[in-house]
Design a binder for this molecule. Structure first.
Ligand code: HSE
Length: 437
């Protein structure tokens, strides 16, 4: 029986979940792997609060160097999140020849290239299944299983909080603020909920996936993102009338050779698409490979046990101390992580204003003769053709919603037209949402 000595940094919800599962499934995991996963030390600022699992006092420490400097520790699991000091701890662990498992999406999204380079220089691994979509095994699927495939497209709901908010708005006829307050009460949202609602968390996750999909060093700053704060209950209602729902999507798409698109934005998706059925805090990914065809993944993207499942799946991949390295991790596993093991693809990122799509546009405008004609004229001048218009509440001289669905149009033209329409004194507010076919 081999032994893998583990140092855990961060004994919060996920950390205690990992320890609990390792404890409860000790025999089962040993039988499956012929390896004992032994927690040698756990570092946390708080070592006195009760957790869901009991551990010996000898294992707990406030001093992270008891882990980083212990030559007996083979693998460090980092679960404190945030950039600093997590980054320094991981670098220190790699330089001390320890493999690293992390759930830290923000850190990998912002500093992944540097960290994977240090890992390669030290012939150590950084494994990160828990960083994207919690319990959904998407990282290993992209790194290993879909070895033969070129991923043509991936559209996902990768932020549970924003999906929870949109679902609650739809279900309960709530406005955004009410649904956000409920997400906070239920402890679903990040401490800074704007990370969820503004699309920043989704952006962190899609850049990690896109680097694997395109095998390219994609910069976080190159990814367009937009959140859901401007979506109103009435938008969800209008969308439903047209046969759609609204979801915050993270998208990675291959265009012609050497060009890819990576975006985060709220989108109208058909009620017939599986992604539209994903409600509450669940995550889902719809993926198309050129060999495998369509795949769909659904599951919990956060929470103690789903995330612990992902962390432990990484543990099973860490080579034991005297095993030859890379025997357990296929070559393709290095792809997309910024290591020198594979040649990186040069990828041109297609900017958002280069896209062509159909659009949902809602205006709030003064109800007076000629309003529709003025809006339609500007759209027409930019070559944007209207597919349908809805104006329900006719109240002379009052502010009323006008909703339009366009035919396929150039994003640049739509934005140009909207900038002109914004100047009309009769138009008081407007929202545009892309329609995802
Ligand atoms: N805030 C994240 C979400 C947590 O809502 O999906 C999981 O990464």
């Amino acid at each position: 029986m081999k032994t893998l000595n583990i140092g855990l940094i961060g004994f919060g919800t996920i950390g205690s979940g990992v320890v609990k599962v390792l404890e409860e499934k000790k025999n089962e995991l040993q039988q499956k792997t012929n390896c004992e996963f032994r927690i040698r030390a756990i570092a946390d600022k708080d070592i006195s609060s009760p957790r869901c699992v009991r551990v010996s006092k000898d294992v707990l420490t406030k001093d992270v160097h008891k882990i980083l400097d212990d030559p007996e520790i083979d693998v460090v699991i980092e679960l404190i999140g945030g950039i600093h000091p997590a980054k320094e701890f991981i670098i220190n662990a790699l330089k001390n020849k320890k493999d690293v498992i992390t759930a830290n999406k923000a850190l990998l999204a912002e500093h992944g290239e540097e960290l994977f380079k240090i890992a390669a220089e030290n012939e150590r691994e950084i494994l990160f299944e828990a960083s994207v979509c919690g319990g959904i095994p998407v990282i290993k699927t992209l790194r290993q299983n879909l070895f033969a495939d070129k991923i043509e497209s991936l559209s996902g709901i990768v932020n549970g909080t924003s999906n929870y908010i949109l679902s609650k708005m739809e279900e309960n006829d709530w406005e955004f603020e009410e649904a956000l307050a409920q997400a906070k009460r239920e402890g679903i949202a990040e401490a800074d909920a704007s990370l969820d609602t503004q699309g920043l968390d989704s952006r962190h996750k899609i850049v990690i996936l896109a680097r694997l999909i395109f095998n390219a060093n994609i910069k976080l700053e190159d990814i367009f993102y937009q959140g859901i704060e401007n979506i109103k209950l009435e938008d969800l209602r209008y969308a439903r009338e047209f046969g759609y729902t609204i979801k915050l999507l993270a998208i990675a798409k291959s265009f012609k050779e050497g060009t890819g698109g990576v975006y985060v934005y709220p989108a109208l998706i058909s009620e017939k698409h599986l992604l539209s059925k994903v409600k509450g805090a669940f995550n889902a990914l719809s993926l198309r490979g050129d060999v495998v065809g369509e795949l769909f993944f659904y599951g919990k993207g956060a929470g103690m046990l789903p995330t612990a499942s992902a962390v432990i799946s990484d543990l099973a991949q860490i080579p034991t101390p005297h095993a030859s390295r890379h025997t357990l991790i296929p070559l393709r596993a290095q792809a997309g992580t910024g290591t020198p093991h594979t040649q990186k693809t040069k990828l041109k990122i297609k900017k958002i204003d280069e896209l062509e799509k159909s659009y949902y546009i809602r205006f709030l405008a003064v109800d007076q003769p000629g309003v529709l004609a003025a809006i339609a004229k500007i759209l027409g001048e930019q070559g944007v053709s209207i597919a349908s218009v809805v104006q329900k509440e006719r109240k002379e001289k009052e502010i009323v919603p006008i909703v339009m669905m366009t035919h396929y149009a150039k994003e640049k033209s739509v934005q140009k037209a909207l900038a002109e329409i914004d100047k009309l004194p009769i138009v008081k507010e407007r929202l545009v949402v892309r329609i995802e076919e």
